[in-house]
Design a protein around this ligand. Structure first.
Ligand SMILES: O=C(O)C1=C[C@@H](OP(=O)(O)O)[C@@H](O)[C@H](O)C1
Ligand SMILES: C=C(OP(=O)(O)O)C(=O)O
Length: 450
């Protein structure tokens, strides 16, 4: 099925969006090489937003230049935050406790991070209504559980078109705070967004989380970055009750981590082709959950060596299958792992990722359709798939579903078969506009079609 990309959500940082398709050609040699990974999307958008509401000037280095961060920066500029961008360094002159007294219409693109992190802080700081619009897909993705708690805490939200989703108008209201409860089962970003807004609440907040948190590590990242900006969150051992007293974010200069999610595509290349791929700038103490893919790759037969900030993955002669893998805690990589299974020596069942049906695409359905089109035997489950080994058909032209991770995962398969065409390669620029250039650094042949 042809999928029409939402080009409004592509930034000027997305050079690859000018192409209609790319064809990936088979790579017949072992995959050997070394690569430096761009900054983390998750760190970048948290750092930009907290620096914007801090009392003073912060300098952030290692910022990711992608669609998600571009529209986050633009949204912050449109409410009057002064920002200077010099390559991957960004200076943000925070507004601190200042109130906004001019209405703006903010466009946040397709970023779940901005969509869930910005509204709380924004409405806590405004004396006039602010309207927030998002991409087509982000206007279908869930946000109501987040807004329901913000409303209990005193903020006023009007859904402009369809109840429960973007676009929204954030009315001026006193942000009192109090106690609130939210389920952690659909998105960790709701909890991150509530915690980021919490210090602005007049009476502080207590947040209870039911059902466990999908990808709880992202909430840890939020708490760590809040701490960098001088704000303390206390929480219990079960990590389901959080308390935040009224506080003001302080400015801070720091370097952001490289994106572990992006690194995984390059680790996967080593797994698929044998040879050794070296990533030179990973923080191994990271809270980014996708670093856990390294342990999963070991179960496939890969060897992982780490030293300082370098990670080396060496692929085996034959990838091992024949087991069930829960991807709950690193669900952005469910598609990457799915892309490896056709090349294993036995089937693999991937579980616990129902929530990825609400990501940039219905990722479970999109991967089922893509692997089926390639002739791979795949059974879709509500929370994942069972995938069987098989030789993917060469010469197919596949949709990227306007989803960066579908495009990047299919590209991995492309390197193993005679050729595979991916439509709308610009989708990768949500988090990694240079993805295909990075593949070329490993001598993978990529043809671009205008
Ligand atoms: O907080 C974050 O930076 C993220 C949280 C996760 O979202 P969900 O918890 O909504 O799945 C993850 O999938 C996303 O890519 C980044
Ligand atoms: C789910 C993702 O992004 P978002 O931040 O938009 O939720 C992702 O990057 O895979």
């Amino acid at each position: 099925m042809a999928h029409v990309p939402d080009l409004e959500a592509r930034s000027p940082w997305s050079e690859i969006s000018q192409y209609k398709a790319v064809t990936i050609h088979q790579h017949k040699e072992p995959m050997n090489g070394s690569i430096t990974i761009p900054g983390s999307k998750s760190f970048t958008n948290r750092a930009l937003i907290l620096a914007a509401f801090a009392e003073g000037t912060s300098r952030l280095d290692g910022v990711l230049r992608s669609d998600d961060s571009y529209f986050c920066l633009e949204a912050l500029k449109s409410i009057g935050v002064a920002i200077e961008i010099d390559g991957e360094s960004v200076v943000v002159h925070g507004i601190g406790g200042q109130r906004l007294n001019q209405s703006a219409e903010l466009y946040i693109g397709a970023a779940g991070t901005t969509a869930r992190f910005l509204p709380g802080l924004l409405s806590a700081h405004t004396d006039v209504p602010q309207t927030v619009r998002a991409s087509r897909r982000m206007s279908e993705r869930p946000v109501k559980p987040l807004f329901d708690v913000l409303e209990q805490w005193g903020q006023a939200v009007t859904y402009e078109q369809t109840p429960g989703v973007y676009p929204v108008k954030l009315e001026a209201a006193e942000f009192l705070g109090g106690e609130g409860t939210i389920s952690g089962k659909q998105s960790s970003q709701f909890i991150s967004g509530l915690l980021m807004a919490a210090p602005a609440a007049k009476n502080g907040v207590v947040l209870n989380v039911t059902d466990g948190i999908v990808q709880h590590a992202y909430v840890k990242i939020t708490i760590d970055i809040m701490k960098e900006h001088g704000v303390n969150v206390t929480y219990n051992d079960d990590f389901n009750r959080f308390e935040v007293a009224p506080q003001v974010y302080q400015p801070k200069d720091y370097s952001l981590e490289a994106d572990a999610s992006t690194a995984c595509y390059f680790f996967a290349l080593a797994a698929l082709h044998g040879g050794t791929v070296e990533v030179t700038n990973m923080n191994l103490d990271t809270n980014q959950p996708d670093i856990g893919v390294l342990e999963i790759l070991e179960t496939f037969g890969c060897t992982v060596e780490t030293s300082g900030s370098t990670v080396k993955v060496t692929g085996p002669e034959q990838l091992k299958g024949g087991r069930t893998i829960s991807m709950k805690e690193m669900s952005d990589q469910a598609l990457t792992i799915a892309a490896l299974v056709p090349f294993c020596d036995g089937p693999i069942t991937i579980t616990d990722v129902e929530h990825i049906r609400h990501h940039e695409s219905d990722r479970i359905q999109a991967m089922t359709e893509s692997l089926t089109q390639l002739g791979i035997d795949i059974t879709e489950h509500q929370d994942g798939w069972t995938i069987h080994p098989g030789q993917p058909k060469a010469g197919e032209s596949l949709s990227s579903y306007d989803d960066h991770r579908i495009a990047m995962s299919l590209a991995l398969i492309g390197t193993k078969i005679e050729q595979l065409t991916i439509e709308d390669p610009g989708s990768v620029s949500k988090t990694c506009p240079t993805f295909f250039d990075m593949l070329e650094q490993f001598n993978v042949r990529v043809s671009r079609k205008a």
